[in-house]
Design a protein around this ligand. Structure first.
Ligand code: SF4
Ligand code: MG
Length: 337
């Protein structure tokens, strides 16, 4: 079918050590049983408060971190599907041509001592993808593709603004013709107007090159704008997955509703900002997550079952997925007033 990446029961546990002998006393379940499909050509948004594990999921998918358990099934450009969790680091290096990442901080993610030619051309050099002349031509072309002048090829990153540096990072990510790009808070450090320009660029590039995106952000407005579908994470667990419009119109998980309520909404009957109920309480400690539903201490709808039984991620109406015992009974309010 049309799935590019299928993550199955992904787990990342860290041992916790304590005491003078640094004995292992427990585990942090940073990522616990995340299953997720990303379809070819779509943008899947991943939202959640900081510490929810959304960056970790992306890094596990690209095998930047080792996983504790689970499968990452990836459809390669030749049509074959491989399980990335089974690959050696060396085998993974070859696959990484097709999977790239864009980072948040355009100031620290580029080596200041490298020219644009070196920065954008480096992935091609590493993968032996062309002669020096071919690489120079390709870099010039990539600079144009991201809206930078090819004459800049011998300049250093300090000569550029934050938004332009991000474009340099995008050009670098495109160098090896990837099919998949994970963007982790990619435009969060930029001014709103510059962020919007770079979002537009990412959308143009997606169309032009048939790219598939995993777009990680804590900004619900941005995720609503850019995503075809959205996954909501809490304490390393996926709480809900739905098409964007449906999620914002009618969340099925109380945590999704709470996230939306924390964002001020314009009042449809006036121009005032309508204050909504803020999300109460702190995100729990991942080293000692609440029993049962991890959200239960903060959930206004929690019942006895919620602290006793871990809800499964279930498929409900319209193929939507939700991890809540009472998703059908609750009638939650979305972001659209
Ligand atoms: Fe709230 Fe219970 Fe649903 Fe968890 S399972 S989100 S505590 S109602
Ligand atoms: Mg993060």
């Amino acid at each position: 079918d049309d799935v590019l990446i299928s993550v199955r029961n992904l787990k990342k546990y860290f041992p916790v050590h304590a005491g003078w002998l640094r004995r292992e006393v427990g585990q942090v379940k940073a990522i616990d049983d995340v299953s997720l499909d990303i379809r070819k050509g779509e943008t899947l948004g991943l939202v959640g408060e900081s510490g929810s594990g959304k960056s970790t999921v992306a890094r596990l998918m690209l095998r930047a971190y080792s996983l504790t358990d689970g499968q990452i099934l990836f459809r390669q450009s030749d049509g074959s599907t491989i399980d990335l969790s089974q690959l050696s680091d060396r085998e993974m290096r070859a696959v990484r041509r097709e999977m790239q990442m864009i980072f948040q901080d355009p100031y620290s993610s580029l080596n200041p001592r490298m020219t644009l030619l070196e920065l954008v051309g480096e992935p091609m050099i590493i993968h032996g993808a062309g002669s020096q002349g071919e690489i120079r031509d390709r870099v010039a072309e990539l600079l144009q593709v991201v809206g930078l002048r090819p004459e800049f090829i011998n300049r250093y990153p300090h000569a550029f603004s934050g938004g332009q540096r991000q474009r340099i990072g995008i050009a670098r990510a495109l160098a090896l013709n990837p099919s998949f790009i994970a963007a982790d808070e990619a435009v969060s450090a930029l001014d709103v107007s510059v962020a919007a320009q770079n979002i537009n660029l990412l959308q143009d590039l997606q169309e032009k090159f048939g790219l598939t995106y995993l777009f990680i952000t804590h900004d619900l407005g941005m995720v609503e704008h850019i995503s075809d579908r959205v996954g909501v994470m809490y304490l390393g667990r996926l709480m809900e997955v739905a098409p964007t419009e449906q999620l914002f119109a009618k969340p099925l998980h109380p945590y999704t509703e709470a996230l939306m309520a924390a964002v001020p909404q314009p009042d449809p009957r006036g121009n005032r900002i309508r204050k909504r109920v803020p999300l109460k309480g702190e995100i729990a400690n991942a080293a000692n997550p609440p029993a049962g539903c991890a959200f239960h201490p903060r959930c206004p709808y929690a019942q006895a079952k919620c602290s006793a039984e871990v809800p499964a991620l279930r498929t409900v109406e319209g193929g939507r997925q939700v991890r809540c015992h009472f998703a059908e009974e609750l009638s939650l309010v979305g972001a659209v007033a």
